[in-house]
Write a protein that binds this ligand. Structure first.
Ligand SMILES: *Cc1c(COP(=O)(O)O)cnc(C)c1O
Length: 222
C-alpha cells in the first residue's frame, strides 16, 4: 500500500469510529508523525492531503522543515516530543504548535517568548498529561494537572488549545482517553490530541479531535 492508500483507509476508519462516538459532530484531524521520515515521504503525505505534521526532536525538525515549509506554507508543524527550556526560542521559530508543555518552568519560558514576539500570535499550545502516571514518561501528573492548566491559562495567559496524552502501552487505552476528555471538559478546552496507530479507533470513540499517526501512514520507521 502507498502512503495515499494508508491515508485513505485511515479516513474511512475515522468516519466509522466517529459514528460510534458519543460526541457526534466533532471533526477529527490527522497529524502525521513524521519523525525519521525523509522529505520525499513527507511530500507524499502532503499530496494525499495531510496538512498537520508532528516531529519529536527540535534538531531533526530544524534539518528537515524549513525547506518543506517554504514549499508548502499551508502546512502546520507540531512539536510532539519533550522540550528543553533552553530550546524554547528555536522551537517556537520552527513549530506552529507545541503539544508538550508539562511543567511550570517550561510554561514560563514559553509564555515569556510568546508574549515578546507578536509574530507568534497565532501559535497555540497543548498541555501533555502523564495520564498513566508512568515514571519514565513526560507530562504533568494527573493530580497536578488542574493547577498547571489553570496556571497556564489564567496566569500566563497562554493560548491553550487542549490536552495531549500517550497512555501506557500495556493497558487498555479507553479509560485513559476518557479521563483526558473529562479534564478538557472541566477546563473548557476544545482540543484532544490522543490516539496513535495502535489505538486511534478507541481514541476517536472517546472524543479525540487530533490523532497522531506515524507507522499507520508511513509504514515501519527505519
Ligand atoms: C511517534 C509518535 C506517534 C506516532 O506513533 P505511531 O505508533 O507510529 O503511530 C504519536 N505520538 C507521539 C508523541 C509520537 O512520538
Amino acid at each position: 500500500m502507498t502512503i495515499n492508500d494508508h491515508i485513505h483507509a485511515l479516513r474511512q476508519d475515522i468516519e466509522k469510529s466517529s459514528k460510534n462516538s458519543t460526541l457526534n459532530g466533532r471533526s477529527v484531524n490527522i497529524l502525521a508523525a513524521s519523525k525519521t521520515q525523509p522529505p520525499e515521504m513527507i511530500e507524499q503525505a502532503i499530496e494525499a492531503g495531510i496538512t498537520i505534521f508532528g516531529e519529536n526532536r527540535v534538531q531533526e525538525a530544524a534539518d528537515k522543515w524549513p525547506a518543506l515549509k517554504e514549499a508548502h506554507p499551508h502546512v502546520k508543524l507540531h512539536l510532539i516530543g519533550p522540550l528543553q527550556t533552553n530550546k524554547v526560542k528555536q522551537a517556537l521559530e520552527l513549530f506552529d504548535v507545541i503539544q508538550t508543555l508539562d511543567r511550570p518552568k517550561l510554561a514560563d519560558a514559553t509564555a515569556k517568548h510568546h508574549r515578546n514576539h507578536p509574530s507568534l500570535a497565532t501559535h497555540h499550545y497543548f498541555i501533555q498529561v502523564n495520564i498513566g502516571s508512568e515514571q519514565q514518561k513526560s507530562g504533568i501528573l494527573p493530580e497536578d494537572a488542574d493547577d498547571f492548566i489553570a496556571y497556564c491559562k489564567h496566569e500566563l495567559k497562554l493560548p491553550i488549545a487542549g490536552l495531549m496524552c500517550i497512555p501506557p502501552a500495556e493497558e487498555p487505552a479507553t479509560p485513559h482517553f476518557t479521563a483526558l476528555r473529562n479534564m478538557t471538559k472541566k477546563h473548557e478546552l476544545s482540543q484532544l490530541s490522543m490516539g496513535m496507530s495502535g489505538d486511534y479507533k478507541e481514541a476517536v470513540e472517546a472524543g479525540s479531535t487530533l490523532i497522531r499517526i506515524g507507522t499507520g501512514i508511513f509504514g515501519k520507521r527505519l
